[in-house]
Design a binder for this molecule. Structure first.
Ligand SMILES: Nc1ncnc2c1ncn2[C@@H]1O[C@H](COP(=O)(O)OP(=O)(O)OP(=O)(O)O)[C@@H](O)[C@H]1O
Ligand SMILES: [Mg+2]
Length: 246
């Protein structure tokens, strides 16, 4: 579905991605894990052609991102970021229907789709469809962001630290909601986080980046036993078992 093929990204003398090769299979949730500045966002943005490799290539659906029309490419991709980026002057319903409107759906089809998605993300449509983003809590805005990303049934979803700004309980709710929605919609996902616990909760595989290089790629149970220095540094961030401290 997505292939990074010996991808480098350099800006002047700075080498931000160094020979990244990685394949994302259809239907999986690949987590890009790494500390701040390791190149996660840069790698993610290469999938929707917001960044181009300075060497190597990224293939989406077998086609190099340079060869895609960027508008067509992005319409097939749901994108969720930490700041959500809802349009402040548009209602919740209009925000969710952003891509369907671009695709020329009828008003009836858009309205029906908005109600289904708002219900799925736990926002009763009759209460929320006509509200504006500034009247929502951060968690509710993030739910609208997820609904918007799924609106036109994308084949791919990209999430960049989507739940980083939420309190721990809301964050866990959103992680569980995400896993449930992802299963239901069967959408292939790349999920960026710097939180290993979150990676374990949402990922089918975890790709650890360290200074722009791929350090470890493994499914969560295998990752838990990974031995690289950077993987061990992340494993050390996991909380101890409750009652484990004497
Ligand atoms: N256009 C650019 N010009 C110069 N440096 C850049 C550019 N884009 C990214 N960088 C640098 O590349 C490095 C990786 O950035 P990136 O945003 O990919 O990190 P990240 O892993 O997403 O970090 P964070 O967890 O803090 O979001 C950073 O040091 C950043 O300053
Ligand atoms: Mg980032």
């Amino acid at each position: 579905m997505i292939s990074f093929d010996h991808v480098h990204f350099r800006v002047g003398q700075t080498h931000i991605l160094r020979g990244l090769s990685l394949h994302v299979e259809a239907g999986e949730t690949l987590v890009l894990l790494g500390r701040s500045g390791s190149g996660k966002t840069t790698a993610l943005r290469m999938v929707n052609a917001m960044r181009m490799p300075t060497e190597g290539q990224v293939l989406v659906d077998g086609k190099c991102t340079q060869a895609w029309n960027p508008v067509d490419l992005r319409r097939g991709i749901g994108y969720v970021i930490q700041e959500v980026g809802l349009f402040p002057h548009r209602s919740v319903a209009e925000n969710v229907a952003t891509v369907p409107r671009l695709l020329g759906w009828t008003p009836e089809r858009m309205a029906a789709r908005v109600d289904v998605l708002l219900t799925e993300v736990g926002l009763p449509p009759e209460t929320f469809r006509n509200r504006f983003p500034d009247s929502l809590s951060g968690g509710q805005r993030q739910r609208v962001g997820v609904a918007r990303a799924l609106a036109a049934e994308p084949k791919l979803m990209l999430l960049d630290e989507p739940f980083g700004a939420l309190d721990p309980i809301t964050r866990l709710e959103m992680q569980n909601l995400f896993v449930d929605l992802r299963r239901r919609h069967g959408v292939t996902t790349v999920f960026v986080t710097h939180d290993l616990q979150e990676a374990f909760r949402v990922g089918t595989r975890i790709a650890l980046l360290c200074e722009g290089e791929l350090d470890t790629v493994a499914a969560p149970p295998t990752f838990a036993a990974a031995t690289s220095r950077e993987a061990r540094a992340f494993l050390a961030t996991l909380p101890p078992e409750p009652g484990g401290v004497a």
